[in-house]
Design a protein around this ligand. Structure first.
Ligand code: GTP
Ligand code: MG
Length: 285
């Protein structure tokens, strides 16, 4: 049976000032913070799944980080997934937020940590840069990445192309799933000519649309054939294929876990990787 259920237990880091301040201390407190976050927030059930309480002492998380250019919709995708909520207002993410949905895929339970971070100008090439510039973001130790761009502004793909190059150069990406997501599908050019458009306007609009369609085709081709990554288009605004984004990613993670190539069989992190422990897995058959 191929079931995908998401039972969310999430909290926004920083909702509580006291806890927000704790993160600024050290790594130990960061772990404590994760523990506290897992205890807070509401419970959401998608797809009729029973409410699942993640075990409080389990730190065996699937760590997913969303990255992408400013305003492509990273936060909106996450909030639609965990809260079924969308805001038209653009509030740039200025600090790390973490969310903790539990996901069942192929009858395996995963406790997922989704991290939303402010836009990063580059992927940290080693743990020193991570510590110096992106402390506690968990960028280099993520289990998987979702790279988001804006379908209505394909130039935003360039950002994730550069980021992905930096990731490949600086981290062993074998067995690290990467899913590319084209968001704002609702803003894509429509082919339906508007009765009120003048012929000249229509021709200009159609040529611009044709241009962007071509660029989009090239992107899909690059991602699927050359990068060999997953690709999903969605609209966070209309909650269209947002669940498909996480389902696709979890399928990739689940396939790795069960093919023996998952986190438990990864080589130990290199000396520059920040010393994260990755030895366990969270699967309940
Ligand atoms: N039309 C449309 N607008 C969207 C969609 N997703 C997000 N938006 C809007 O795009 C803007 C940016 O969304 P965010 O989710 O804040 O983008 P972000 O990538 O998290 O931005 P940063 O935190 O600055 O990196 C907001 O005004 C959202 O309402 C979508 O699918 N369709
Ligand atoms: Mg954001």
């Amino acid at each position: 049976m191929n079931r995908f259920d998401n039972t969310s237990k999430q909290d926004k880091e920083g909702d509580n000032d006291a806890r927000g301040n704790c993160t600024k201390g050290n790594k130990i407190l960061e772990l404590d913070l994760d523990y506290l976050e897992r205890g807070g927030g509401g419970t959401l059930t998608v797809g009729g799944a029973p409410s699942l309480e993640p075990s409080p002492d389990s730190l065996d998380l699937v760590k997913v980080v969303l990255l992408g250019a400013p305003a492509v919709g990273k936060t909106s995708i996450i909030q639609q997934f965990v809260w079924s909520d969308f805001s038209e207002e653009y509030v740039p993410t200025d600090r790390k937020h973490t969310f903790y949905p539990s996901v069942i895929i192929n009858e395996h339970l995963y406790e997922v940590k989704i991290t939303d971070v402010p836009v990063i100008p580059y992927f940290p090439i080693n743990s020193y840069y991570e510590w110096a510039h992106y402390r506690f973001y968990g960028l280099r130790s993520a289990t998987a990445y979702i790279l988001v761009f804006d379908l209505s502004n394909v130039e935003t793909f360039q950002y994730i192309r550069t980021l992905r190059d930096q990731m490949v150069e600086s981290r062993d990406m074998r067995n690290v799933p990467v899913l590319v997501v084209g968001n704002k599908q609702d803003l894509l050019c429509s082919n339906t000519p508007s009765a009120s458009s003048g012929l000249q306007q229509l021709a200009i609009a159609e040529s611009a649309c044709g241009d962007s369609r071509e660029k989009r085709r090239n992107i899909v081709n690059l991602v699927r054939k050359h990068w060999k990554c997953g690709y999903v288009e969605c609209s966070a605004k209309y909650n269209w294929r947002v669940i498909a984004v996480f389902k696709e990613l979890m399928e990739m993670i689940d396939a790795l876990e069960w093919s023996g190539g998952g986190r438990s069989s990864e080589p130990p992190p290199d000396s520059s990787a920040g010393g994260s422990t990755q030895e366990n897995r969270c699967v309940i058959a």
